[in-house]
Unconditional design. Structure first.
Length: 228
Protein backbone atom coordinates (compact mmCIF):
# COMPACT_ATOMS: atom_id res chain seq x y z
CA UNK A 1 0.00 0.00 0.00
CA UNK A 2 1.32 3.43 -0.91
CA UNK A 3 1.76 5.93 1.89
CA UNK A 4 -0.91 8.14 0.32
CA UNK A 5 -3.56 5.42 0.56
CA UNK A 6 -2.54 4.50 4.10
CA UNK A 7 -2.72 8.14 5.08
CA UNK A 8 -6.21 8.49 3.55
CA UNK A 9 -7.34 5.47 5.56
CA UNK A 10 -5.93 7.08 8.70
CA UNK A 11 -7.63 10.39 7.97
CA UNK A 12 -11.00 8.72 7.34
CA UNK A 13 -10.74 6.97 10.71
CA UNK A 14 -9.71 10.30 12.27
CA UNK A 15 -12.83 11.90 10.84
CA UNK A 16 -14.94 9.02 12.14
CA UNK A 17 -13.47 9.48 15.62
CA UNK A 18 -14.27 13.20 15.58
CA UNK A 19 -17.77 12.46 14.37
CA UNK A 20 -18.05 9.94 17.20
CA UNK A 21 -17.06 12.60 19.71
CA UNK A 22 -19.84 14.88 18.51
CA UNK A 23 -22.45 12.11 18.43
CA UNK A 24 -21.60 10.92 21.94
CA UNK A 25 -21.53 14.54 23.14
CA UNK A 26 -25.06 15.09 21.83
CA UNK A 27 -26.11 11.83 23.47
CA UNK A 28 -24.71 13.09 26.77
CA UNK A 29 -26.64 16.35 26.47
CA UNK A 30 -29.90 14.51 25.78
CA UNK A 31 -29.39 12.13 28.71
CA UNK A 32 -28.52 14.99 31.05
CA UNK A 33 -31.65 16.88 30.07
CA UNK A 34 -33.80 13.76 30.51
CA UNK A 35 -32.51 13.16 34.02
CA UNK A 36 -31.92 16.69 35.32
CA UNK A 37 -34.83 18.36 33.45
CA UNK A 38 -32.57 21.18 32.22
CA UNK A 39 -30.17 21.71 29.32
CA UNK A 40 -26.47 21.36 30.07
CA UNK A 41 -24.61 24.65 29.69
CA UNK A 42 -20.88 24.64 29.05
CA UNK A 43 -20.01 26.50 32.23
CA UNK A 44 -17.97 25.62 35.35
CA UNK A 45 -21.08 26.13 37.47
CA UNK A 46 -22.77 23.17 35.76
CA UNK A 47 -19.76 20.94 36.38
CA UNK A 48 -19.73 21.87 40.06
CA UNK A 49 -23.47 21.27 40.34
CA UNK A 50 -23.04 17.87 38.72
CA UNK A 51 -20.26 16.93 41.14
CA UNK A 52 -22.23 18.03 44.19
CA UNK A 53 -25.39 16.19 43.13
CA UNK A 54 -24.91 12.90 41.30
CA UNK A 55 -21.22 12.99 40.37
CA UNK A 56 -19.36 13.13 43.68
CA UNK A 57 -18.35 9.47 43.73
CA UNK A 58 -17.39 9.57 40.05
CA UNK A 59 -15.26 12.67 40.51
CA UNK A 60 -13.39 11.35 43.53
CA UNK A 61 -12.84 7.75 42.47
CA UNK A 62 -12.89 7.55 38.66
CA UNK A 63 -11.48 10.76 37.22
CA UNK A 64 -7.77 11.08 36.60
CA UNK A 65 -6.17 14.45 37.36
CA UNK A 66 -6.23 15.70 33.77
CA UNK A 67 -9.87 14.56 33.41
CA UNK A 68 -10.83 16.51 36.51
CA UNK A 69 -9.41 19.71 35.06
CA UNK A 70 -11.19 19.24 31.74
CA UNK A 71 -14.47 18.33 33.43
CA UNK A 72 -14.30 21.24 35.86
CA UNK A 73 -14.34 23.66 32.93
CA UNK A 74 -17.88 22.48 32.22
CA UNK A 75 -17.20 22.75 28.50
CA UNK A 76 -18.53 19.49 27.06
CA UNK A 77 -17.15 20.46 23.65
CA UNK A 78 -13.69 19.71 25.07
CA UNK A 79 -14.55 16.29 26.52
CA UNK A 80 -13.28 13.24 24.68
CA UNK A 81 -15.05 9.92 24.25
CA UNK A 82 -13.51 8.38 27.38
CA UNK A 83 -14.64 11.26 29.61
CA UNK A 84 -18.08 11.45 28.01
CA UNK A 85 -18.56 7.72 28.51
CA UNK A 86 -17.72 7.98 32.22
CA UNK A 87 -20.10 10.90 32.73
CA UNK A 88 -22.91 9.13 30.85
CA UNK A 89 -22.53 6.09 33.13
CA UNK A 90 -23.14 8.35 36.11
CA UNK A 91 -26.20 9.95 34.53
CA UNK A 92 -27.53 6.45 33.94
CA UNK A 93 -27.88 5.94 37.68
CA UNK A 94 -30.96 6.88 39.67
CA UNK A 95 -30.38 8.67 42.95
CA UNK A 96 -30.75 5.28 44.67
CA UNK A 97 -27.99 3.78 42.54
CA UNK A 98 -30.13 1.73 40.16
CA UNK A 99 -29.60 1.84 36.41
CA UNK A 100 -32.60 2.45 34.19
CA UNK A 101 -31.97 5.21 31.69
CA UNK A 102 -29.79 3.48 29.11
CA UNK A 103 -30.45 0.11 27.48
CA UNK A 104 -27.86 -2.65 27.49
CA UNK A 105 -27.55 -2.24 23.71
CA UNK A 106 -26.61 1.42 24.06
CA UNK A 107 -24.15 0.63 26.84
CA UNK A 108 -22.50 -2.02 24.68
CA UNK A 109 -22.12 0.40 21.79
CA UNK A 110 -20.66 3.14 24.00
CA UNK A 111 -18.13 0.55 25.21
CA UNK A 112 -17.30 -0.28 21.57
CA UNK A 113 -16.78 3.39 20.85
CA UNK A 114 -14.38 3.75 23.79
CA UNK A 115 -12.45 0.71 22.52
CA UNK A 116 -12.32 2.28 19.04
CA UNK A 117 -10.90 5.47 20.55
CA UNK A 118 -8.32 3.51 22.56
CA UNK A 119 -7.14 1.55 19.54
CA UNK A 120 -6.89 4.73 17.49
CA UNK A 121 -4.85 6.51 20.18
CA UNK A 122 -2.35 3.62 20.26
CA UNK A 123 -1.77 3.33 16.51
CA UNK A 124 1.99 3.13 15.88
CA UNK A 125 1.89 5.38 12.82
CA UNK A 126 -0.45 7.65 10.87
CA UNK A 127 -1.10 5.11 8.16
CA UNK A 128 -3.49 2.14 8.03
CA UNK A 129 -3.55 -0.97 5.89
CA UNK A 130 -6.85 -1.99 4.34
CA UNK A 131 -7.39 -4.65 7.04
CA UNK A 132 -6.57 -2.25 9.87
CA UNK A 133 -8.95 0.31 8.46
CA UNK A 134 -11.76 -2.25 8.01
CA UNK A 135 -11.41 -3.54 11.56
CA UNK A 136 -11.51 -0.06 13.11
CA UNK A 137 -14.39 0.97 10.91
CA UNK A 138 -16.50 -2.06 11.86
CA UNK A 139 -15.85 -1.41 15.54
CA UNK A 140 -17.19 2.14 15.42
CA UNK A 141 -19.64 2.50 12.54
CA UNK A 142 -22.67 0.58 13.84
CA UNK A 143 -22.16 1.95 17.34
CA UNK A 144 -22.41 5.52 16.05
CA UNK A 145 -25.65 4.71 14.24
CA UNK A 146 -27.14 3.24 17.43
CA UNK A 147 -26.15 6.40 19.31
CA UNK A 148 -27.96 8.63 16.84
CA UNK A 149 -25.52 9.20 14.00
CA UNK A 150 -26.76 9.61 10.44
CA UNK A 151 -26.03 6.26 8.77
CA UNK A 152 -25.77 7.66 5.25
CA UNK A 153 -23.45 10.51 6.20
CA UNK A 154 -21.22 8.22 8.28
CA UNK A 155 -20.86 5.79 5.37
CA UNK A 156 -19.91 8.63 3.04
CA UNK A 157 -16.81 9.27 5.13
CA UNK A 158 -15.66 5.84 3.95
CA UNK A 159 -16.85 5.85 0.36
CA UNK A 160 -16.57 9.43 -0.91
CA UNK A 161 -13.75 10.08 -3.37
CA UNK A 162 -14.18 13.76 -2.65
CA UNK A 163 -15.28 14.86 0.79
CA UNK A 164 -17.47 17.73 -0.44
CA UNK A 165 -21.07 17.56 0.68
CA UNK A 166 -20.52 15.46 3.78
CA UNK A 167 -22.32 16.84 6.82
CA UNK A 168 -20.92 16.52 10.31
CA UNK A 169 -22.41 16.97 13.74
CA UNK A 170 -21.88 20.38 15.36
CA UNK A 171 -23.26 22.76 17.91
CA UNK A 172 -24.99 24.89 15.26
CA UNK A 173 -23.13 28.13 15.99
CA UNK A 174 -20.20 29.59 14.04
CA UNK A 175 -17.06 31.11 15.53
CA UNK A 176 -15.55 33.43 12.93
CA UNK A 177 -12.11 33.57 14.59
CA UNK A 178 -11.87 29.77 14.65
CA UNK A 179 -13.12 29.60 11.07
CA UNK A 180 -10.23 31.84 9.98
CA UNK A 181 -7.77 29.67 11.90
CA UNK A 182 -9.23 26.55 10.28
CA UNK A 183 -8.90 28.08 6.81
CA UNK A 184 -5.21 28.82 7.38
CA UNK A 185 -4.53 25.36 8.83
CA UNK A 186 -6.34 23.75 5.90
CA UNK A 187 -4.15 25.62 3.42
CA UNK A 188 -1.02 24.54 5.30
CA UNK A 189 -2.27 20.96 5.29
CA UNK A 190 -2.92 21.04 1.56
CA UNK A 191 0.59 22.36 0.91
CA UNK A 192 2.13 19.66 3.08
CA UNK A 193 0.09 16.95 1.34
CA UNK A 194 1.26 18.08 -2.11
CA UNK A 195 4.84 17.70 -0.87
CA UNK A 196 4.04 14.19 0.48
CA UNK A 197 4.63 15.38 4.04
CA UNK A 198 1.87 13.19 5.43
CA UNK A 199 2.62 13.59 9.15
CA UNK A 200 2.57 17.37 8.86
CA UNK A 201 -0.62 17.29 6.76
CA UNK A 202 -2.59 15.18 9.23
CA UNK A 203 -1.43 17.40 12.08
CA UNK A 204 -2.66 20.52 10.29
CA UNK A 205 -6.00 18.94 9.31
CA UNK A 206 -6.47 17.61 12.84
CA UNK A 207 -5.80 21.02 14.38
CA UNK A 208 -8.42 22.53 12.06
CA UNK A 209 -10.99 19.84 12.83
CA UNK A 210 -10.49 20.28 16.57
CA UNK A 211 -11.50 23.93 16.46
CA UNK A 212 -14.96 24.55 17.91
CA UNK A 213 -17.84 25.95 15.83
CA UNK A 214 -16.17 26.47 12.47
CA UNK A 215 -18.50 26.95 9.52
CA UNK A 216 -19.65 23.86 7.60
CA UNK A 217 -17.87 24.96 4.43
CA UNK A 218 -14.54 25.27 6.21
CA UNK A 219 -15.06 21.99 8.06
CA UNK A 220 -15.61 20.29 4.72
CA UNK A 221 -12.60 21.97 3.11
CA UNK A 222 -10.36 21.01 6.03
CA UNK A 223 -10.85 17.38 4.96
CA UNK A 224 -10.71 17.94 1.22
CA UNK A 225 -6.96 17.80 0.54
CA UNK A 226 -6.55 14.18 1.53
CA UNK A 227 -8.90 13.04 -1.21
CA UNK A 228 -7.11 14.68 -4.17
Amino acid sequence: MEDGEGFQNYLRVSLLLREGNQILRQFFRSQYKEKMKVDWEDKPEFAQQFISSIGQELYESSFKLHQKKVFESGNAEKWDIALLSTVIKTIDKNMDGNHNFITSKVKRNIKNLVEFRNQYEHLPRQSLTKDQFTNLWKLARDSLVVLGGDEEEIDRIRTAENIQGIKFQGSGSVNQENTEKARKLKEEGNSALKENKFDLAIRKYSEALNLVDICDEERVESREGSYL
